[in-house]
Design a protein around this ligand. Sequence first.
Ligand code: ISJ
Length: 169
Amino acid sequence: MLAAARIAEQACGWLSGRMVNRYDLQRLIECLRIECSSEFEREWAEMSVRGIRGATCVDCDNPELLLAATRELLAELLQQNQIVDFDEIVSAIFTTTPDLTSTFPAEAARALGMRQVPLLCASEIAVPQALPRCIRVLLHVNSSKAPSEIVHVYLGEAKKLRPDIQSAQ
Ligand SMILES: C=C(O[C@@H]1C=C(C(=O)O)C=C[C@H]1O)C(=O)O
């Protein structure tokens, strides 16, 4: 639980059923202020920037299909990594294989609410025989998780890209 939520819960418990005077309230506010700042310092000290990878494929180069597939991928990445607040996301880089040019996958991220997140789209390297019609994403997030706790998400045909990750999960 976030420090602020836990402290607020404690404060509510302390206050419930009490007649509090102004002196008590001032004392409580001062205690919470000290407790909050040290808790936040501890939480921030444990935070690092982590990279989270994902990929998915579409059947053809159609903007609606591409945006729906990107939305699905992002939703899965957020859910699997318990990202509830877009402010935790530092940036997101998308690539599409050279056969996908109908739209920018970043639009799907904005449509999900990532309006403040810096986004970038680029074309993947045209490696011969590489998996076609593939959308990739690299999220950078502020996280207190260890690298081994990060869940990278490969959907559909894109699962073939990283069999090592599929077997590890
Ligand atoms: C294997 C992938 O495709 C390509 C190869 C990568 C790699 O070797 O790490 C990373 C991204 C892509 O350029 C992937 O998306 O994971």
